[in-house]
Design a protein around this ligand. Sequence first.
Ligand code: NAP
Length: 310
Amino acid sequence: MSGIMFKRVALIGIGLIGSSISHAIRRAGLAGEIVGSSSTAATREKAVELGLVSRAYETAAEAVKDADLVVLCTPIGAYGKIAEEIRPHLKPGAIVTDVGSVKASVVRDIVPHIPEGVHFIAGHPIAGTEQSGPEAGFAELFDGRWCILTPEPEADRLAVARLEDFWRKLGSQVEIMTPEHHDMVLAITSHVPHLIAFNIVNTAAHLERVTDSEVIKFSAGGFRDFTRIAASDPVMWRDVFLNNKDAVLEMLGRFSEDLVTLQRAIRFGDGETLERLFTAARAVRRGVIQAGQDTNDPDFGRRGKTDKAS
Ligand code: NAP
């Protein structure tokens, strides 16, 4: 096929992101062959059955043999061990990349294991859902979304350009930045919002004077949108917070200060402050829609539903 960019792509981990990459690669005809690895037999069987990979191996070492592009798609806590395991089996000239939600720790864990002549370029597609596993993926996941690449200053420019081209063909827009800057930006746009969602859902679950059934019954008041975010994979998110500690703590500090401002305005009946801050927040939502990162459909685009969050 004329559009083939890589003869063989190896996906290490075939969950939501790994399977979506497979769908998007096949949609664009970018690979001669896609292989994958998972230590779980059920995942391997499902991945082959769905046509996500032509072969699913038990170990990452087997999967990367002869691969021109290797994409790590597991929780980031597993990266160091995987990098060590695949090191002797990587093809000279291959590109190794990843999709992890934190970048500085990933670079720290992987770079020491990359042999001479193999190009490592860290990456993160800013696209996802709360679903997990090989059946969760779909080709359109990356369409119109950003993929951030954080190459080392000495990275091979041709390899970086090739990976940029690859992500564009998967449907993404690409931006390059340092791992540290990525981690700061994502702490406030993704990591802290997830932490808030996990926390508010648990706070509601611990209430004694409002029953669980009431929390669920009246969840369209806003709570259910937090439950969607809080349904994300616990292992993935455990690893995010263990690996982006400094940036998350910095953003949580700022969040807490701003929360105190709101708390004081409520306590002292300061409607002017509340209205001013809510108006500013509403403008941010308009910016997200104008940037094409969400639609302006009522009720967050839920189809076939007439109920409305209030
Ligand atoms: P997922 O659906 O849970 O899939 C994870 C995959 O990794 C599965 O194939 C799983 O294998 C494998 N895995 C889990 N633990 C492992 C370990 N210790 N060693 C080797 N393999 C392991 O997760 P995902 O949502 O695709 O996330 C994968 C990566 O993408 C994460 O690094 C995450 O930070 C990043 N990411 C996620 C999102 C999102 O919204 N979900 C968005 C952008 C980036 P089994 O099937 O055998 O369990």
